[in-house]
Design a binder for this molecule. Structure first.
Ligand code: SF4
Length: 119
């Protein structure tokens, strides 16, 4: 199932093949930490699973479910969700001061795109 995120890592069939033969889900993780390995026959053998696949913005207990900024923010990326699962066992807000942070993001976006929208 594709998740509600802008990151390609959330696509079901995305995998990252590292030069050391390991296979991960996020190309920003360290190759030595990747949880899969490419076999001689070309299959991927997963040693452990990535938890972010089950824990996403709309999962039970996620702080994003009730958040009015979800359509704009889209919640944390897969890598952050993986870290959140380890630390909190659910998705927590990635913005420390949600109201202030999101207001700044929206204003920045509008300022950068004012010519395009003719505002
Ligand atoms: S602002 Fe926080 S709680 Fe709201 S969608 Fe973004 S990460 Fe989730």
């Amino acid at each position: 199932m594709q998740k509600t995120n802008f990151c390609y890592v959330d696509h079901t069939h995305f995998n990252c093949i590292f030069p050391n033969g390991n296979v991960g889900k996020c190309d920003n993780e360290k190759p030595e930490d990747a949880k899969g390995v490419l076999t001689e026959s070309g299959d991927i053998l997963w040693k452990t699973e990535y938890r972010f696949i089950q824990y996403h913005q709309l999962s039970s207990g996620s702080e994003c479910v009730e958040c009015k900024y979800l359509p704009f923010c889209m919640g944390p990326c897969p890598r952050r969700r993986e870290e959140m699962y380890v630390q909190h066992k659910h998705i927590v807000c990635q913005h420390k001061d949600k109201e202030e942070a999101m207001e700044k993001v929206i204003v920045d976006y509008c300022e950068k795109n004012s010519d395009f929208y003719n505002i």
